[in-house]
Design a protein. Structure first.
Length: 73
């Protein structure tokens, strides 16, 4: 992953990304599993620095299961 992509991801997490940066990240995230992992780590670090509560991992799993059970529209 390039330094520029890392910078774009960091800016996005900090809510400072340009529209171009957002589009670039959304395009790359589909094919870069490391980018997804880094996105998660950046958000965890940001939450810790802001002393925010972190959601339990089962929370996301519950949402994914509920969505899987939803009929397609």
């Amino acid at each position: 992953m390039s330094n520029k992509l890392n910078e774009e991801l960091s800016a996005l997490v900090d809510d400072e990304a340009s529209e171009f940066g957002l589009r670039k990240i959304l395009t790359e995230i589909e094919s870069e599993s490391e980018l997804v992992n880094k996105w998660s780590r950046y958000h965890i670090a940001q939450a810790v620095l802001r002393d925010e509560q972190l959601a339990d991992t089962s929370f996301g799993e519950g949402i994914a299961a509920a969505l899987a059970d939803e009929p397609a529209h």
